[in-house]
Design a protein around this ligand. Structure first.
Ligand SMILES: [Zn+2]
Length: 247
């Protein structure tokens, strides 16, 4: 079975989803990360002299992080960091839908519209694009040109938003989605921190971000935002609960 995680910046995959990505890899799930920007607007830039150099370095850092997390495949798109809200919505959803129809995940992960604990606008937009792609990938009247390129409609079974049971001091107000799934990541907490530290250009933020990762403890929290089978909400401990192999 397959799990797709859609993020906005290199390092999101580790900080917000890393424990679950590694856990499901260990359970035999094929995992993928689609990152919408190469993170070229970061204030911490390592040795990079311009945006192109920073993009190239951060793509390598993402590859190193994904290797630690056991991610089967990853792709970084070329959208501009911190400008996702300026883009043409239908065009970006097309790119996410194309990836979805190719990888054909059973379960999808992204941020909530609040933008995660940082409230970053790019995280919010990743949520919007991914939520629409989750719905539209299954519909034959959306992006039908895909079907002349070897792709078929695909209906993923569940969409989860990452969420948290805390907020960060000094950040803009956020209204996170309530937790409906708690995933115990155990010692993969250490793997997740190591994957975050693979983003070496971001070393100046390690002292602030790693305590936030530790604040989540050995668990990651999610909100079931959509499911192909209508159901009542209940607490889950497994993102693949009720998932059909042939779906
Ligand atoms: Zn981010």
């Amino acid at each position: 079975m397959r799990l797709l995680c859609v993020t906005a910046h290199p390092d999101d995959e580790a900080a917000s989803f890393g424990g679950s990505l590694r856990l499901y890899h260990e359970r035999g799930i094929e995992t993928a990360v689609l990152c919408l920007t190469p993170g070229q607007a970061a204030s911490n830039r390592g040795p990079a002299r311009n945006d192109q150099e920073l993009s190239a370095i951060r793509r390598q850092e993402l590859a190193a992080s994904c290797a630690l997390l056991g991610v089967s495949r990853h792709l970084v798109l070329d959208y501009s960091d911190s400008k996702l809200h300026r883009l043409d919505l239908y065009a970006v959803v097309e790119a996410v839908t194309r990836y979805l129809r190719d990888f054909r995940p059973h379960v999808m992960l992204t941020f909530g519209p609040e933008g995660a604990v940082t409230g970053h606008t790019d995280h919010s937009m990743a949520s919007v694009f991914t939520s629409l792609a989750f719905e539209w990938a299954a519909r034959s009247n959306r992006y039908p040109d895909h079907f002349t390129q070897g792709l078929q409609p695909h209906r993923a079974q569940k969409l989860y938003y990452a969420t948290a049971n805390f907020t960060l001091p000094g950040r803009p107000p956020i209204a996170p989605a309530p937790t409906t799934a708690v995933i115990q990541i155990g010692d993969y907490l250490q793997t997740k921190i190591a994957a975050f530290q693979a983003h070496t250009t971001q070393a100046p933020v390690f002292p602030t971000v790693i305590p936030a990762i530790l604040a989540r403890g050995r668990e990651e929290r999610f909100h079931l935002a959509a499911a192909s089978e209508p159901s009542d909400l209940r607490m889950e401990t497994d993102l693949f609960e009720g998932i059909r192999q042939d779906g």
